[in-house]
Design a protein around this ligand. Structure first.
Ligand code: UGA
Length: 433
């Protein structure tokens, strides 16, 4: 750590709060993570980590003398130099972000008699920082600073993304508050972007919108590839080598999910609409993503006709590999559609237990899920699926149909294994097949 150790209170012990707290403790700061859920706090105090996120548990256990958990606001705030807000901002019925948990944190702050900075880590609509500033001023907390320091960590690589970021964005009203937040990140190498609070808030929303746009773009290219005989995997490779385009986020598939993209796209769409702007491109990105999940059902129809009483195995349930997160996972839409069509659905995931998926039978292995099935769908690209003996899976199926929703496997090898393979945006029959 290059600066002096600070006291950091983190409000919210979810993915973002735990990663933020664990990483700041690892940098040498003293951190108190506060959550309203007593069960969660007690579990954390016992050393049980309620999320699956590589590196978080190790960092929490390596820093127990500097990292504590509490339900008490007073205890968390005591002597804090920074108050990080890392609570959830889920969408409301109207699509706006629900900021009630953010306002609870702000309103519960006691009269703080030392200079400290409230730092917004949660993703919030542009303009939220200004409203928080007014609220703090109304309460006489004029010495309390405010900064926006959005997170750009992806689940599964959050600790690495936090400690080796592409950039650290710090927006503040007062120069010294921004300086303090930058200094808190001493020891982390990465370009710092200093700006006003509204721009920092927009950088977060615009970054996610740009990434989602790339995914929906490549998914539409994939759909045109299917209609014309091109292979989107080769196309993505070919366009990604153009330095102006770059290779990331060009994996075609069954669409994006997770706790961030779907929620943030709605929040940005609503933010624009509330300001009188119809964000056409973003609307299209969202619609393409919704339809992309459902195209799998069309593919199954083409292979099997009616899905009534057909057995379909879903391989992978989490919204992406290396996480147990099921929020807005495409598997939820697929399972729901398949059950509605009268199919018999079995699923496997190496981490998600699937207990909440009513009507879906959970299998202990990909092989067990596929046994006797009419079709297998790869929903999440878990690496385990690359080492499955697909020839013996094909032999155990009633109809050997494999829909590869993530283009994980080699079409020619799958056909050689006896499967009727169909990916996303790839020729159904490989040239070699
Ligand atoms: C995303 C961003 O990548 C983070 O930078 C951001 O901080 C985070 O949201 C957030 O706002 O908190 P995350 O949702 O964890 O992180 O996961 P990603 O790895 O970005 O994947 C999101 C979805 O896009 C997944 O469903 C994934 O399968 C899909 N995806 C991603 C594709 O379909 N194709 C791709 O090429 C890349």
């Amino acid at each position: 750590m290059s600066g002096s150790p600070k006291r950091v209170a983190v409000f919210g012990a979810g993915y973002v709060g735990l990663v933020t707290g664990a990483c700041f403790a690892d940098l040498g700061h003293t951190v108190v993570i506060r959550d309203v859920l007593a069960d969660r706090v007690e579990a954390l105090q016992r050393g049980e980590i309620p999320i699956y996120e590589p590196g978080v548990a190790d960092r929490i256990s390596a820093n127990t003398e500097r990292l504590t958990f509490t339900t008490s606001v007073t205890e968390a705030i005591d002597g804090a130099d920074f108050v990080y807000v890392a609570v959830g901002t889920p969408p409301t019925y109207s699509g706006d972000a629900d900021l009630s948990a953010v306002w609870t944190v702000i309103d519960e702050l006691p009269a703080i008699d030392k200079a400290c900075v409230v730092v917004m880590k949660s993703t919030v609509p542009v303009g939220t920082g200004m409203k928080v500033r007014h609220r703090l001023d109304e309460r006489g907390l004029t010495r309390v600073g405010y900064a926006s320091n959005p997170e750009f960590t992806a689940e599964g690589t959050a600790v690495k993304d936090f400690l080796h970021p592409d950039r650290i964005v710090v927006g503040s009203f007062r120069e010294e508050d921004g300086d303090a937040v930058v200094a808190l990140h001493g020891g982390i190498d990465g370009p710092v972007v200093r700006c006003d609070v509204a721009s920092a808030e927009m950088i977060k929303l615009a970054a996610n919108a740009a990434l989602m746009t790339r995914i929906s773009f490549i998914n539409e290219i994939a759909n045109v590839c299917e209609a014309t005989g091109a292979d989107v995997v080769r196309v993505a490779e070919g366009i990604g080598l153009d330095r102006r385009i770059g290779p990331s986020f060009l994996r075609a598939g069954i669409g994006f999910g997770g706790s961030c993209f779907p929620k943030d796209s709605l929040a940005l769409k609503q933010l624009a609409a509330n300001s009188g702007y119809h964000f056409q491109l973003l609307n299209a990105v969202i619609e393409v993503n919704d339809l992309q999940k459902r195209r799998v059902i069309g593919k199954l129809h083409r292979h099997l006709g009616s899905l009534r009483d057909k057995r379909v195995a879903l391989l992978g349930l989490a919204f992406k590999p290396h996480t147990d997160d099921m929020r807005e996972a495409p598997s939820l839409v697929l399972a729901g559609r398949l059950l509605a069509e009268g199919a018999d659905v079995r699923a496997w995931d190496p981490i998600v237990d699937g207990r909440d998926l009513h009507g879906v039978e959970i299998a202990a292995s990909p092989e067990a899920a596929a046994d006797g099935a009419d079709a297998v769908v790869i929903v999440t690209e878990w690496p385990e699926l690359t080492t499955v003996d697909w020839a013996s899976v094909a032999a155990s199926m009633r109809t050997p149909v494999l829909i590869d929703g993530r283009n994980l496997l080699d079409p020619a090898l799958m056909q050689a294994a006896g499967l009727q393979y169909e990916g996303i945006g790839r020729a159904a029959e490989s040239p070699e097949g």
